[in-house]
Design a protein around this ligand. Sequence first.
Ligand code: MG
Length: 250
Amino acid sequence: MIRVKSPREVELMRRAGKLTAAARALAREMVRPGATTLEIDREVFKFIKNRGGTPSFLHYNGFPASMCISVNDEVTHGIPGKRKLREGDIVSLDLGAKLGGFHGDCGVTVPCGAVSAEAQKLIAVTRQCFYEGLRYAKKGFRVSDISHAIQVYAEQNGYGVVRAYIGHGVGADLHEDPEVPNFGDPGHGPRLAPGMTLAVEPMINAGGPAIRVLGNNWTAVTVDGSNSAYYENTILITDGEPEILTVPEV
Ligand code: MG
């Protein structure tokens, strides 16, 4: 069942979204050669806690950290640890924060130092996939209209769309209905209505769409070893243009 948010709930989600986006900006600033992923995770934990929030991912289904940090061929659910980031890595940062009873959920892939032209293009196309989907995040369209727009744009650029992980409704729970896949035919799924809040999160591989999960039972990597990128915001469906609740970055 899709939980449509009241104006008061939307206001709380704006606050949670702003906190989440600010934590993402902090994580982004910390991406540099020599930094460990655990250092970034610890600072994000402190940042969210100091502002009265709770990291949404910490202990979620047993996840051991405040955020996911997935490097290069890691698609998602990378676990922060001793790994040192290196020049040329691409680093996917995914995090959520709960504040006032509601979650924000957002993420971005950022370059570590100078990265290849191919990696820059993957990051840019993945970000644009989100905005292609956003064009259909309006009253009257259906959920899969967003999905289809994301898939078409990714595949036009020769990339693979990950099938195993998808976007979702978000609110008092981190994952709510509806499911928001990044692929599919248009014209299916629930009709979008004002007050719906969705996490739209394309995960795009430079190569094929196939992924496998590592032995830690969390981290997904591309089967063909190609790089993977990610871009996510929590959005609100309105009477007009969608509102991004996790204030976006370039
Ligand atoms: Mg999400």
